[in-house]
Ligand binder design. Sequence first.
Ligand code: SF4
Length: 346
Amino acid sequence: MIATDHELDAEAGRLFRLLMHVDCEPGRPWNYETCRRLAPLTLEIARLKREQGAIILAHSYVEPEIIYGVADFKGDSYFLSLKAREARAAKIVFAGVVFMAETAKILSPHAQVVVPDRGSGCSLADSLTGAQLRELRAAYPDAAVVCYINSTAEVKAESDVCVTSGNVHDIVAQLPQRRILFVPDRLMGQNIRVELQRRGIAKEIITSDGTCIVHDVFDARAVADARARFPGLRVVAHPECTAEVAAAADYVGSTGGMMKYVRATSAPYFLMLTECGLVGRLQVEDPEKRFIGGCRLCPYMKLNSLEKVRDALAAPRPDQIITLDEDLRRRAARSIERMFELAPRD
Ligand code: SF4
């Protein structure tokens, strides 16, 4: 069914009111014409969703026209994994990266879960295979195996419990083992050591060697320079950054935690040491806040597009459909369900 001019104008207006505070390209804010050009596509995706009983989950790092144009739920991987578990949808389109779509499939096995682009990997998740984790586990037989949610289904299946950056400290503190094998993020492992020490919790943290290519390059010296140039600046960092950067920040936390901190904090400027998509969300949802730049783009997240979302909904190719061996899926689900049991309630 072809949308009328009136429907297209209304959709373009809706998009523009949301996106006007965000840059469409660096230094070029969204304008009404761009929104009008996208309106046929967002309306077509809305129609396909209705026809197919589908929902779209969008990570905060994907392009804003996906987040605000077509997503049913937006947020970090933990929030989206909860939504995937609650969903009764026949089909889930996961605009994010492949390990997140795998998590949705683990928790919603009866849904067809599709990704817009199968190439949307993750330097962190892809740094460790299930076979490599089995070897590590054999080398540390007394350790509890704790995997960050940014890991493949194979790695989750080999782990005792899955965690997020928001609940890792509380969960690790409850585990009876003194020795913890934390995978796959070496830098987050360093930050966990520091935080557990601060809380007086005695654990030995062993890690594998993965890092996030977006967060591992932020530099503590640049933080000092920015503070000198912008008096009153608040620096917000993700725990995938180095321990030096985390120590130089005013707040370190998950994607959801960073958003809450900025919303609750009065400061003339913020420096967000994370992916730029999160800054875009804050610009849309809290346009009074001022950001000084310095964020970075995740090339995997940016492989998502409205056209690919539409194609994955309309007629997914086999490579866009997430399939998991049932035994592996059940084992991976156990580590995620254990997280839900141990995670503090909000
Ligand atoms: S931002 Fe980092 S952890 Fe997130 S998907 Fe990109 S590479 Fe992976």
